[in-house]
Design a protein around this ligand. Sequence first.
Ligand code: USQ
Length: 406
Amino acid sequence: MKIAVLGGDGFVGWPTALHLSDAGHEVHILDNLSRRWIDTELGVQSLTPMDSIQERTRIWHAETGRRIHFNLIDLARDYELLKNWLAEHRPDAVVHFAEQRAAPYSMKSDRHKNYTVNNNVNATHNLLNALVELELDAHLVHLGTMGVYGYSTIGAAIPEGYLPVGIETMGEETVNQEILYPSNPGSVYHMTKCLDQLLFQFYAKNDGLRITDLHQGIVWGTHTEQTRRHPQLINRFDYDGDYGTVLNRFLIQAAIDYPLTVHGTGGQTRAFIHIQDSVRCIELALRNPPARGSRVEIFNQMTETHRIRDLAEMVARMTGAKIAWLPNPRKEAAENELVVRNEKFLALGLNPVRLEDGLLSEIVDVAKKFAYRVDRSRVPAVSAWTKDIAPLINHDPEGKRLKSVS
Ligand code: USQ
């Protein structure tokens, strides 16, 4: 297949581009390199040293003989460029990662909220609009999030996208139908993914676009089979309070002897997936497109659920790290249960990578190797969800004024 990977320079985009290229597909990355600009804005860098995208693709070619093409295009702002590129190349499939993906970044200020909404919603809409205009029947695979559902405590498992409901009619009969699971976003970033869902519903219904939306959990890990092949193919690895995700952060914190930053009681339960499974799922989704005219296909792209404090305790046991119980910068339920259905990927043959010591210590080893690149002052999460939470957050990077350290 000829596949366009939009956002192919990012944390999941890059290993996906490599994975698909390795599987024999013709891969074209479209990216505006915004993640690199945001690093500059925030004054942080990936824990792992990352080469330019051109250098990365050159190394991939030298290693494998396969070419990954790179195009500098801003989907949200350069509609004509995007449309011309699609018209010229007419890919069989488009994988869409090209969105600002960090919840804390999206909540930093009014400017960051505007940026996230403008960037994400325009990027998605420009893409859909161009596919229709060009009558291009490419299968669109979008990286959505588990966060569109909220993190339910209602006691029932979260279905894969659609909720069966019985509605009592005026004639007192019950009509059964499936509706999109009610959205319950917890940040401006997550809200943009809910808006994406509505755009997909409309364009699938109105124009028959073939769309798969992957509701992905929190990705952990750093290497995939392909990024391991050469030091310069290494994936980016975020540790800072905005872009670092929770389990990877705990492992890096353990590696640099920093207390593990648990928000609140750590009673939040979340869905997780290893990065290797993430790229496998994307390939499975690409191989199983919905038929033209059918509704948006939705998969829950997650393999396990865990409570944050259990993860912190596990990492502490494994490494001897201390745990810091911090005031929560986010507005979220202090404790929640989370049960998620994910049979669809399992039925397609996914054999999940489980959270087990081997892989966890490999990540600690990567973090130790590059520990000299960590700016400890960028470790705490300082982006507050509301103005009244802001004064409660302790900015001290070394834990001296932390609420308690056990
Ligand atoms: N948390 C801590 N300590 C930390 C960092 C986070 O306790 O140092 C807590 C947060 O308060 C939250 C949970 O861990 O309760 C998850 O936070 P996260 O930063 O790992 O994940 P999140 O903000 O939800 O976003 C990440 C990705 C996003 C993706 C989402 C999937 O950045 O792109 O969509 O995970 S999901 O969470 O399933 O919605």
